[in-house]
Write a protein that binds this ligand. Structure first.
Ligand SMILES: [Zn+2]
Length: 60
């Protein structure tokens, strides 16, 4: 059975990926890219909300 890396789509053998420290990714790079994207999205969502709340407070 083969599993695809969620980041780059590279096919990996299941027995190999289970022993990988980067599971479910094929490599350290793919894991970091995915983590970076996740953090980036989180900050993008949080930042505008914080700015808006501060503006509202200041206007009142
Ligand atoms: Zn990959």
């Amino acid at each position: 059975m083969q599993i695809k890396c969620p980041q780059c789509g590279k096919k990996m053998k299941e027995d190999k990926i289970h022993s990988s420290p980067y599971f479910p990714f094929c490599s350290r790079r793919c894991k970091l890219v995915d983590l970076g994207r996740w953090l980036d999205n989180k900050y993008r969502i949080v930042s505008p909300l914080n700015n808006e709340n501060e503006k509202t407070k200041n206007d009142d």
